[in-house]
Design a binder for this molecule. Structure first.
Ligand SMILES: C[S@@+](CC[C@H](N)C(=O)[O-])C[C@H]1O[C@@H](n2cnc3c(N)ncnc32)[C@H](O)[C@@H]1O
Length: 224
């Protein structure tokens, strides 16, 4: 019942604020046809990422966890001319589908999909002196989140926004007895944010067509 209502409200929000978009519709369809799991952000959440990137004036965006490129397209569309998006994906098949989808969205010149485990790619990016990024979106394996926060901080500047999805997990995040690796990953992530003097952070719980979950939002502070 609750889920029905959340989905209906997402439908209402979508009808008013997230107009039907043939490219994004095709991206979801092609991704499903290719066998990718339906775990991209919702349209309203994609729009949230877009609004945050615009508000941030982001010129360089890093995404960890591409899937079929749905959120990457929302983020890529927020970039000004000359901006760039790098998105990291471990599964070769997902990376291939995402590249085709980014091309479908006309973002080939803006967006780069880096294949391979994000931990390795992040290490290489840092070693190459890449960054800082203006906005970082973390949306890959949850046990990896603590590591992704460490790397994100190294690839940030004061003012960088670090957003992480799926940190509430149907409320399981509040269960200190949980032995679920995903819950342990997001709990550690939140506790790391709490202990990190270089950022100011919060978590916002969300409901909608994707169920009950939440986003962690952090900004890197001046003087960091
Ligand atoms: C939730 S999906 C990303 C959804 C995407 N951000 C969107 O909203 O359209 C998570 C993705 O992270 C990828 N992934 C999982 N572990 C990874 C890792 N260690 N490095 C890079 N990508 C990983 C998965 O293959 C999957 O495609």
């Amino acid at each position: 019942m609750l889920q029905e209502r959340w989905t209906a409200v997402d439908g209402y929000i979508g009808a008013h604020l997230v107009p039907t978009d043939p490219v994004l519709d095709a991206v979801l369809r092609v991704s499903a046809d290719a066998g990718l799991p339906p775990i991209s952000v919702s349209p309203a959440q994609g729009k949230l990422l877009h609004v945050l990137a615009r508000a941030q004036g982001a010129r360089s965006i890093l995404e960890i966890g591409t899937l079929g490129g749905y959120s990457a397209i929302w983020l890529g569309r927020a970039l000004p001319p000359g901006g760039r998006l790098m998105t990291l994906e471990a599964e070769p098949r997902h990376a291939e589908v995402a590249r085709a989808n980014l091309a479908r969205a006309g973002l080939t010149d803006v967006a780069e999909v880096r294949p391979g485990p994000a931990q390795d790619t992040l290490r290489r990016l840092h070693a190459a002196g890449d960054g800082p990024f203006d906005l970082i979106f973390i949306d890959a394996d949850k046990p990896g989140y603590p590591d992704y926060l460490s790397w994100s901080l190294r690839l940030s500047r004061p003012g960088t926004m670090i957003v992480a999805d799926n940190v509430v997990r149907d409320g399981a995040v509040a269960d200190s007895a949980s032995t679920d690796a995903n819950v342990l990953g997001v709990r550690r992530y939140i506790e790391m944010m709490a202990a990190e003097p270089r950022i100011s952070a919060t978590v916002i719980q969300t409901v909608g067509s994707k169920g009950y979950d939440g986003f962690a939002l952090a900004v890197v502070l001046a003087g960091s």
